[in-house]
Design a protein around this ligand. Sequence first.
Ligand SMILES: Nc1nc2c(ncn2[C@@H]2O[C@H](COP(=O)(O)OP(=O)(O)OP(=O)(O)O)[C@@H](O)[C@H]2O)c(=O)[nH]1
Ligand SMILES: [Mg+2]
Ligand SMILES: [Zn+2]
Length: 289
Amino acid sequence: MATGRVIRAISGFFDVNDGEVTRRCRARGVFKKQGVTVLVGDIVEYEPMGSQEGVVVSVHPRSSELVRPPIANTDHALVVFSFVTPDLTPLMLDKTITSVLIAGVKPSIVFTKADLAEPSFVEAVSSLYRKCGFQTLAISAKQGEGVEQVRTLMQGRINVFAGPSGAGKSTLANAVAPGLKLQMGAVSEKIGRGRQTTRHVELFQLDHETWLADAPGFSQLQLSVPARELGTFFPEFQKVNCAYRGCSHLDEEGCAVRASVERGEIAQSRYDSYQQMYHEIREREENMY
Ligand SMILES: Nc1nc2c(ncn2[C@@H]2O[C@H](COP(=O)(O)OP(=O)(O)OP(=O)(O)O)[C@@H](O)[C@H]2O)c(=O)[nH]1
Ligand SMILES: [Mg+2]
Ligand SMILES: [Zn+2]
């Protein structure tokens, strides 16, 4: 029996790396029956077969699990969104950040394509998210600006890129680690979106303690948290200490979060995202019964 890390999952096969060799493995038959899934990032026990194959027999407990992108055991998600092409959508950005926090993974925000955006927009957006307490970078992979800072942020961690198609995740991965030679795609002018160039989650080892997973872009996300707890995943809401236990921060009299929004301290766009997400979750909760 041997131990390794799943670095790729393609049509029923799992590529398992033991630090030196990568073997193409299938999962033991009983997994499906037991509802056990194997994710990229999983540490697994496997039975080697021949020199290049094997069978995964068990999965170690996970330290974290993200659904979008599907990956286990990462400790750092770089939330990658472009300022333009595709245009920044605050709701999707806020949802992605929140989903990462719900999974117990630390997010950092990387805004890309700064070379295509108005400097005043770059500054306004970056400072909004910095004020919330997030580590935030504005970069241009095309011009090599900020790439070194991204590399520093990733050092010593198991990183994953999360964000919409066309945001520039693979371009950034290539800039950070030119040896990867990942495929990059154009953004469709007609629909203003990326074309899902990256098809699979794949984990690459950058040095003995640093890993990076490139992943397909996504445009939809379901938050797995009760509506009542959503506010705890907005760090700037936590700072104002709303005194009401279980406050939804929507219409309670004397809510400190709403007062802070009205004073212009909590960003209106973040509060709008919160409301939208809250209602989406409520709707799902109501349909469950
Ligand atoms: N001007 C400019 N273009 C960029 C930058 N980064 C990426 N792009 C372009 O954006 C397009 C999409 O880049 P990708 O790296 O394929 O995007 P992705 O996020 O990996 O997309 P998916 O794999 O579909 O999820 C390509 O045409 C890139 O050349 C940048 O910093 N500046
Ligand atoms: Mg890609
Ligand atoms: Zn409140």
